[in-house]
Design a protein around this ligand. Structure first.
Ligand code: SF4
Ligand code: F3S
Length: 106
């Protein structure tokens, strides 16, 4: 499966959702997740993210392993998103910033 990692938090560009053939992205207030049971591993979304927040499960950095469980958990409670929408106005400022997990809103 593919996993949305920390760099998506407060960036949320949503380019990724447009290309997913099985509509398995789910949207929270400042982050998106992929439903691990619905993702078919097509890899189309990974290059679409302007901040490189999406990883295949095998390539998820060691310090982001918690995002495996977060994607699975939050995909069950957040609504599906299939169409791109404008990123937050301050998305650029947050690109690549460390420690964003603490800012994740549910
Ligand atoms: Fe969707 Fe493919 Fe990305 Fe999985 S890898 S979330 S199926 S676009
Ligand atoms: Fe997030 Fe990148 Fe998609 S910032 S919403 S994973 S395009």
């Amino acid at each position: 499966t593919f996993v949305v990692g920390e760099d998506c938090i407060k960036c949320k560009h949503t380019d990724c959702v447009e290309v997913c053939p099985v509509d398995c992205f789910y949207e929270g207030p400042n982050f998106l997740v992929i439903h691990p049971d619905e993702c078919i591993d097509c890899a189309l979304c990974e290059p679409e993210c302007p901040v490189d927040a999406i990883f295949s499960e095998d390539e998820l950095p060691a310090d982001q392993q918690v995002f495996l469980e977060l994607n699975a958990e939050l995909a069950e409670v957040w609504p599906c998103i299939t169409e791109m929408k404008p990123a937050p106005e301050d998305a650029e400022e947050w690109a690549g910033k460390p420690g964003k997990l603490a800012l994740l809103e549910r």
